[in-house]
Structures are given as structure tokens and as C-alpha cells.
Design a protein around this ligand. Structure first.
Ligand code: C2E
Ligand code: MG
Ligand code: MG
Length: 648
């Protein structure tokens, strides 16, 4: 009799069935008959599923971590039950998706013996029973007992072993306390004996086994971090990787203690440490060495990545602290100064690394609240306004940016030919901020990309409305050098315009002369791509950069905006007036439209008209205005002339 479960397709309905057959073998030995039947096993499969989920619920409810592991050049976890999060602070997904956490979180002192024993047991097909320490996300060590069965091979699958990890920290702590008591009693007895002998006894009892944790936050203290730092620097030395150390100091912490009391101060530190824990990855460690100071070690960084990673981490520190804290019924805003140092770049030894990170933190302190400093041979190499960056990041998402539009007028008709979109930041605390107060920071911190995306979206939205009303106007917007570094820059702009079914020829991208020329060979393909997509291109602030006229002729620009500093002294300063005249002629010779920026007086306007400058922009003609006000200056919607009856 044979039986097997198969997926059957009878009466067009697919279902799981068990196929049973039996052979009738008479005495002659020839098979005469085969009986077969199909038994519907849907019910049992459902029951099996129910049993499995009950079994899983039972397993995942136990006060231990169950796991299944395999072996590929080291132990690899294939399954870990969700209790692992409560035990170690990394959730099930982190455990199964990233690099091998079990290996990364082994306590450096236990690592050697554990790896050796695990390898031996797996290789020899033996069970493994041992106790060792794993490091939690917050750096605390947890004693676990591991009980793993001998590995088995299922079918032709890989060899796997299943086991459990049980938290035995409490028992170990009791044992350690007993041990300490015993040692103290021993010491006492020895001292008594020494007194009996008449000799002087030393005061130093045996040190506690392992580094204690900070009782307030549960984080490791400085000795605990130093231990991990030594191990990380050693590993980095062997593998050619880098280790970064960040020293984080909470600004004005004393003020909280003084004004709200020590308990509130403690509560704030607990909350800060809980947030900082979010930055701790498998190879990292966080400690609180002093009252309002934290040390964050980032291990196993690729060679050369230490600097950028430290900057990113400092930025994230500012960001996660930027959400207000609720302590003793008050909302507290917290900022921190951050200093960083990278090994082996700045220091070969852990002690040196600690010293340098500390020095960098003090430099950051001197720069002002919420600053970042990076140690580099005793000088500050990088400096970021961390808190301001965090505020700007939030502003972009929170709708605090607005676009104003400054008209560019055709001369001599005085009609609005273009609108230049200029961004402003409507700050909740201090009103409207001009772009030059935050664009450089956006550039430096990388936020310019999301800011640029916001500007384009807001412009296209508004342009869509005006063009939809039939108004005949063109638009221009500014882009920063850093935006030009992305190879998908032009593609994204073209796609956004196409998505809204707008005419790309209505849009002009303004690029300052210096950013276009500084790296013109790298920028040229992007410019050509924008042109191919139908957009227009303007050289902004012309005259301040160092254009080679030859290059300017090669690049596909259609507009040339003369920097307003030349116009400012025109016509009284003959040199400046001469330059304006020459640039107007140059634009004409290159077939480009010239725009004079910064027209503030009637005289300047007359000067430009006499020299046949086609376009002008400036406070005399119009300041940048909010959309609602600039709309009144735009050409009337097509057909409006007929719609509104002529007056008088
Ligand atoms: P820009 O592109 O050269 O823009 C013209 C600037 O000159 C504007 O300053 C405008 O208000 C100012 N201006 C116009 N007419 C006059 C005048 O008659 N006299 C004087 N003294 N100034 C005049 P704003 O709005 O402060 O913008 C400054 C710069 O910020 C812009 O210079 C541009 O480089 C940058 N910027 C503005 N918006 C954006 C943006 O969305 N993205 C990027 N990347 N940069 C932007
Ligand atoms: Mg501009
Ligand atoms: Mg300009």
C-alpha cells in the first residue's frame, strides 16, 4: 500500500488530496488489480495549520528566545523568535535581515570561547550547552544560557540546529554578589590574620567582576565603553576598517536641574538616553560617562567612511533631540554639542581617540549651542549648525516654506515677461527669513535636494493655476551647485513638468555663473539634457564668476543675468557702466537675452533702455511678492479682454 499527498485538479477545483493505492498480488505473482482512492485531506491540512499556529503562539509566549541556525563561514541565524527584542533590544526583523547580530553582539571577553565551542559542536554534530554574555542595544551585557541540539539535515536541505537562549542575568548577579560577599569575608579573615601577624593590610579588595552599568539610564559607564572601544579598535586594525567616537554633551543641562529640580534632570537624562539608543547599531555602543555627557561608538565603518558617518550621526543626534521632551509637566527643548574623532585617521589608540573626541566636543561648545566639531590634528575641520539644520529639515516637511515671485519686465514696454520664484522661510519664531540665511546651510547639510524638490513642486502647482487661467507668462527658478551633482537632476525636473502636462518652454532654470563654470564639463551634459527636454537656461549673477567666454559660447544658455552689483554703481561709475554695456553686447553677440538685475532707480532704467537691454528686474519695478499680490501684475487671461466690457 502506498500513499502520498498531492495537489489534485478534479472537477476543476484544486484541492489537496491523499492518493492511496493498493496492489493485488495473487499467488502467480502477476499483478492483477490496482485499487486507488483519493481522500480529501483539506480538513486535515487546515487542522495542521491551526496546530502550527497554536504551536507557534506557545513557542513565542515562552520566556526564552528560540532560534534555528545554520553554518556558513560562521554561525548564521535562520529564525529567531520575537522575544529577542525584549532580551536584546534589536527586533526580529533586524535580527534576520542585517548582518549576523549574534556574532556582532557577543561580549568581547566571551567571544573567543563561544565561537570556538559553537563551531566545534556544529562540526561534530554535538549539542551545545554554555553560558556567555551578549550585549544589548543599550550596551548592557546580558548573561544567557544557550541550549542547542545537535544539527540535523532535513531532506536535502542544509544542516540546521535549533536551540534556545535563556536570560540568566539575575542568577549570575546573585552568584556574583555571593562571590563578592565570600571574597569580602576572605579579605576580612586575611586582615584579621594580618593584624594577628602585626603586619599592615592593604585596603584594596578585589574589583567587581565586569563593568557596572549606570544605575540611572542602564547604559554602560566609561570603563564598559573603553572595553568595547579597545575591542573595536583592535578589530579595525586587523580589517582596515574605521571606528568613530562621538562625544555628546547636552546644552544647558544645569539649567534644568536648577529650575525644575534634580528629579526632573534625572528624568530628562533617562529620556535622552532612550532616544540616543535608537542610533545604536549592531557594532556600536553607547555610554554615559558623566552627568550630561554621552559617548557613542560606531564600529566597523568602511575605510574612509568615518568622517561622513560621524557627521551623519551628529546630525541625527540633533534631529532626534529636536522633538521636545516632556519632563515634570514642562516641554523642554534640548540641544547638544557633539565632538567626534575617527580611528585610525585621528588616533591609533583608544585612549587617544577618547581624548580627541572630548577635545572636539569642547571646541563645539565654544562655537555655540548645538554645534559639531570634528577632531583633525588639533583643528576643527567641520562645523554644522546642528539645531538649525534640524529646524530647517522640519520646516520643509511642515509647510513653513513659501515662494515669492519677482517679475522680470520687458523693456521698454514694461510688460511682465517672466516671474522668478524666490523661496522664503516663514519661521514660527522670527518671521520671514531670506534665502541667503538658510540656502548655504541647506547646501552644506544636503537638505538642498529636498528643498529644491519642494520649490519645484510649489512652483509647478502655482504655474499650473496661472497658465490654466490662460495667462501668458514664463517662470524661472534657482538651483544650487549641489543639486547639479545628481545625475538624475535634469530627468526629475523634466518628469515633474511632464507629469502636470505643462509646457517645458515656459520654465527657465537659473544657475549661477560660478556653479556653471566651476565644473562646466561635468555640468554640461545636465544642461544639454534640460535643453533637450525643452527647458530654457539662464546664467545667474553673471560677472561675479570667472567665465571663459569660449566656454560660455559652448554652453546651451539662452539668458544672461547681469549681477546687480554692476548696476548698483551705474551710470555714475564709468567702469561699471562700461561693464554693463559690454555684457549687453556680449549677450547679443552670443544670441542670448540679457536681464539686468537690481534696477533701483529711474536713471538705471533709462540707461538700460537706451542700450536696448531687453529685460530688467529690480525693486524699482517690483519687489518679490507673494503669489496673491503678483497675480494682479500678470497679463490678463487670454479672452479676458472680450469677457470684460470696455469701460467709458
Ligand atoms: P538671485 O537668484 O540672484 O535672486 C535675486 C535676488 O536679488 C533676490 O534676493 C531679490 O530679492 C534680490 N533683488 C531683486 N531686485 C533687487 C534690487 O533692486 N535691489 C536689491 N538690493 N536686491 C534685489 P533673495 O530673494 O534674497 O534671493 C537671494 C538669492 O537666494 C537668490 O539670488 C538665489 O541665488 C537664492 N535663492 C532664492 N530662492 C532660491 C531657491 O529656491 N533655490 C536656490 N537654490 N536658491 C535660491
Ligand atoms: Mg536667480
Ligand atoms: Mg541673481
Amino acid at each position: 500500500m502506498t500513499a502520498r499527498v498531492a495537489e489534485l485538479d478534479v472537477t476543476k477545483e484544486r484541492f489537496w488530496g491523499e492518493f492511496v493505492s493498493s496492489l493485488h498480488v495473487p499467488e502467480s505473482g502477476d499483478v492483477t488489480r490496482t485499487d486507488a482512492a483519493v481522500i480529501d485531506v483539506r480538513g486535515s491540512i487546515e487542522r495542521l495549520g491551526a496546530v502550527e499556529s497554536r504551536y507557534r503562539a506557545l513557542l513565542e509566549g515562552l520566556p526564552l528566545v528560540a532560534f534555528v541556525c545554520g553554518w556558513e563561514s560562521g554561525r548564521r541565524m535562520r529564525y529567531v523568535s520575537p522575544q529577542v527584542e525584549a532580551l536584546l533590544g534589536f527586533d526580529q526583523a533586524e535580527w534576520l535581515e542585517g548582518e549576523d547580530l549574534w556574532d556582532a553582539r557577543l561580549h568581547p571577553e566571551d567571544r573567543g570561547r563561544v565561537l570556538e565551542a559553537a563551531g566545534e559542536a556544529f562540526g561534530a554534530g554535538r549539542p551545545l550547552r554554555m553560558e556567555y554574555r551578549l550585549l544589548r542595544r543599550d550596551g548592557r551585557a546580558v548573561w544567557v544560557r544557550e541550549e542547542t541540539d545537535p544539527p540535523v539535515t532535513l531532506g536535502d536541505g542544509p544542516r540546521l540546529a535549533h536551540g534556545v537562549l535563556i536570560d540568566v542575568s539575575e542568577r549570575r548577579a546573585t552568584e556574583t554578589a555571593l562571590e563578592r560577599e565570600r571574597a569580602r569575608a576572605e579579605g576580612y579573615r586575611a586582615r584579621l590574620e594580618a593584624i594577628g601577624d602585626g603586619a599592615a593590610a592593604s585596603d584594596g579588595g578585589p574589583g567587581p567582576a565586569g563593568a557596572p552599568n549606570d544605575p540611572l539610564t542602564g547604559l554602560v559607564t566609561r570603563p564598559g565603553l573603553e572595553e568595547r572601544l579597545h575591542a573595536a579598535v583592535d578589530t579595525a586594525r586587523d580589517s582596515g576598517e574605521e571606528v568613530a567616537l562621538l562625544c555628546i554633551d547636552i546644552d544647558s543641562f544645569k539649567l534644568v536641574n536648577d529650575s525644575l529640580g534634580l528629579e526632573a534632570g534625572d528624568e530628562l537624562l533617562r529620556q535622552v538616553s532612550a532616544r540616543l539608543c535608537r542610533l545604536v547599531g549592531p557594532n556600536d555602543a553607547l555610554a554615559r560617562p558623566g552627568a550630561d555627557e554621552f559617548l557613542l561608538m560606531l564600529g566597523r565603518l568602511e575605510s574612509g567612511a568615518g568622517l561622513d558617518t560621524s557627521e551623519d550621526a551628529a546630525r541625527r543626534v540633533a534631529e532626534i533631540l529636536s522633538e521636545p521632551f516632556e519632563v515634570a509637566g514642562s516641554e523642554l527643548a534640548v540641544t547638544a554639542g557633539v565632538g567626534a574623532s575617527v580611528s585610525p585617521r585621528d588616533a591609533r589608540e583608544p585612549e587617544e581617540l577618547l581624548k580627541h573626541a572630548d577635545a572636539a566636543m569642547h571646541s563645539a561648545r565654544e562655537l555655540g549651542p548645538s554645534e559639531f566639531a570634528l577632531y583633525g590634528g588639533g583643528t576643527i575641520e567641520a562645523r554644522l549648525q546642528l539645531a538649525e539644520t534640524a529646524r530647517l529639515r522640519r520646516a520643509i516637511g511642515a509647510g513653513e516654506l513659501v515662494l515669492h515671485y519677482q517679475p522680470i519686465f520687458a523693456l521698454p514696454s514694461g510688460e511682465v515677461a517672466h516671474l522668478e520664484a524666490l523661496v522664503r522661510w516663514q519661521r514660527p519664531d522670527s518671521g520671514l527669513a531670506a534665502p541667503l540665511s538658510f540656502i548655504p546651510l541647506a547646501e552644506e547639510s544636503g537638505l538642498i535636494e529636498s528643498l529644491g524638490r519642494w520649490v519645484l513642486d510649489a512652483l509647478l502647482e502655482q504655474a499650473g493655476e496661472w497658465l490654466g487661467e490662460g495667462r501668458d507668462v514664463r517662470f524661472s527658478f534657482n538651483v544650487s551647485p549641489r543639486q547639479l551633482r545628481r545625475s538624475d537632476f535634469a530627468r526629475n525636473i523634466a518628469a515633474a513638468i511632464e507629469q502636470r502636462s505643462l509646457d517645458p518652454a515656459r520654465f527657465c532654470v537659473e544657475i549661477t555663473e560660478s556653479s556653471a563654470m566651476r565644473n562646466s564639463h561635468a555640468v554640461e551634459p545636465l544642461l544639454r539634457e534640460l535643453r533637450a527636454a525643452g527647458l530654457r537656461l539662464a546664467v545667474d549673477d553673471f560677472g561675479l564668476g570667472y567665465s571663459s567666454l569660449d566656454r560660455l559660447r559652448d554652453l546651451p544658455f539662452q539668458m544672461l543675468k547681469i549681477d546687480r552689483s554692476f548696476l548698483a554703481r551705474t551710470p555714475e561709475d564709468r567702469g561699471c557702466a562700461g561693464i554693463v554695456r559690454a555684457v549687453l553686447e556680449l549677450a547679443e553677440a552670443l544670441g542670448m537675452e540679457a536681464v539686468a538685475e537690481g534696477v533701483e532707480t529711474e536713471e538705471q532704467r533709462r540707461f538700460l533702455e537706451e542700450r536696448r537691454c531687453p529685460l530688467a528686474q529690480g525693486f524699482l519695478l517690483s519687489r518679490p511678492l507673494p503669489a496673491s499680490e503678483v497675480a494682479a501684475l500678470l497679463p490678463a487671461p487670454a479672452g479676458a479682454e472680450t469677457a470684460s466690457a470696455p469701460r467709458g
